[in-house]
Design a protein around this ligand. Structure first.
Ligand SMILES: *Cc1c(COP(=O)(O)O)cnc(C)c1O
Length: 448
């Protein structure tokens, strides 16, 4: 399949080019040329299929023309060595838990898939490929763990000294092997500047192969459609116990850059029976405003307790516009927006825990609250058991101990084994200054 740019100025490229480049040369985002629908039979049988089985079928629709079936199957099965279960909360409301991967956040799915796809593409290259990633926390851990042990690729994670939480830091500084953590004596902006300078340094790029693992990469964003299908399959097999025509889902997605929600829109275009999408925002609500008014006005982000959603100009919004041919009326028919300030997010974490015994993280809490509010406005849907409300729980609550424990009480969230293991690992970091020449010389030395 070919990929075109949302800016339209740039001719189509192959999957390999789209994945290695990340961003189109005209600054647009890559989109697959067409979206193939599943037939009715697929949905009739989906309840009997496992998560990796379903995901392989979805992956084939996008990547089947570019990768042989055996390799693609291996990539999908290696990526999904953990589950994304659907957990009942109350009435017809469910949580789709996306935090069972290595770093306990949903970005694991996309990062692991992308790592394995890149590995496939560079398998015959003689030169090692080097991934540079600047992080203020969670992206670094998902990318580092996604690429851990992947042949032919080395990852450099640049992070600002003293500004990343201990849990986050431990997830990329204790790995070793093909992951190098670079502690930069500067800010996150310095880290980003170093990475950008390296990508635009022609001399450097002529000697060593560099790429980014940016979240707008098609190989990170498209695989996120897998778990929407799995949610539907598990409702078919465990809840509705019936044929697909009767069941439909309302998905509520905590959104920052809107990659996760856009992957859901792709799933719906492939025929997944979705009734409606809800975009749940914190105070960074430019898309909510757009859905209400039709005006898109990006602005600087503000800090909130759901910090992975602190985005003032969501990059994947361009993909949503493209998918709907820029039609505000079509977009606002399919997606509703809700926004919550920090105090409402805290209150929701407390209420959901006390009423239903379920602990949400600050991001999942936004999505959960939005789903309940949507039902309040659409009471006719509330008691229809063939309509399920599913909110995406994008991170484990233990990753946000300060917020969550301030609401539900100290000691209520024991640190999961997986996070404990990171915390007790041996810290291996290289300290560097914030000047570009030093960073460049370090790369030359290190790659040699
Ligand atoms: C990245 C992230 C989000 C936002 O996802 P987008 O695809 O950027 O909209 C939500 N929750 C958590 C925990 C995240 O890490």
């Amino acid at each position: 399949m070919e990929y075109y740019s949302t800016n339209g100025k740039f001719g189509s490229v192959s999957l390999r080019q789209a994945v290695v480049k990340g961003l189109a040369p005209d600054g647009g985002l890559f989109m697959p040329d067409y979206i193939e629908k599943f037939d009715h039979k697929f949905f009739e049988g989906i309840g009997g299929m496992s998560f990796p089985e379903i995901s392989f079928e979805v992956a084939r629709k996008f990547f089947g023309g570019d990768i042989d079936s055996g390799h693609l199957k291996k990539i999908v099965y290696d990526t999904l060595d953990f589950d994304c279960p659907v957990v009942h909360i109350s009435d017809n409301i469910y949580s789709l838990e996306l935090f069972h991967g290595p770093t306990m956040a949903f970005k694991d799915v996309g990062a692991r898939f992308m790592a394995r796809l890149l590995e496939y593409f560079v398998r015959n290259d003689s030169k090692r490929l080097n991934v540079l990633v600047a992080t203020s926390g969670d992206t670094g851990s998902a990318v580092a763990n996604g690429f851990l042990g992947v042949e032919g690729i080395h990852v450099y994670v640049l992070y600002p000294e003293g500004r990343v939480s201990k849990i986050q830091e431990s997830q990329f500084t204790t790995l070793g092997r093909n992951i190098t953590a670079l502690e930069i004596n500067g800010s996150f902006d310095d880290c980003q500047r170093l990475v950008k300078s390296a990508f635009s340094d022609e001399n450097l790029n002529s000697k060593i192969s560099l790429t980014s693992a940016n979240s707008i990469n098609v190989a990170r964003f498209l695989p996120q459609s897998f778990y929407y299908f799995n949610a539907y399959a598990r409702l078919c097999s465990d809840v509705w116990k019936s044929s697909p025509d009767t069941g439909r889902i309302i998905f509520s997605v905590p959104s920052g850059n809107f990659g996760n929600l856009t992957a859901g829109l792709f799933a719906a275009q492939m025929g997944l029976p979705v009734k409606h999408f809800i975009a749940a925002n914190n105070e960074n609500d430019v898309v909510c405003d757009y859905l209400k008014t039709g005006n898109y006005k990006p602005r600087a982000s503000v800090r909130t307790i759901a910090n992975a959603m602190d985005v003032g100009d969501p990059s994947n919004f361009a993909r949503i516009l493209d998918l709907y041919g820029n039609s505000w009326s079509a977009i606002s028919r399919d997606i509703s927006g809700y926004r919550y300030p920090d105090d409402m997010i805290r209150r929701t974490i407390g209420e959901v825990f006390s009423k239903y015994g379920y602990l949400t993280d600050p991001h999942g809490a936004c999505a959960c609250k939005a789903l309940y509010d949507y039902y309040d406005e659409h009471k006719e849907l509330r008691n229809k058991m063939e309509i399920a409300g599913v909110f995406l729980e994008t991170a484990h609550p233990a990753k946000f101990p300060d917020t969550v424990e301030s609401v539900v009480g100290k000691g209520k969230i024991p640190l999961p084994e997986r996070l404990k293991t990171f915390m007790s690992g041996k810290r291996q970091v290289t300290e560097l200054g914030a000047d570009y020449n030093g960073f460049r010389d370090y790369l030359y030395e290190s790659v040699k």
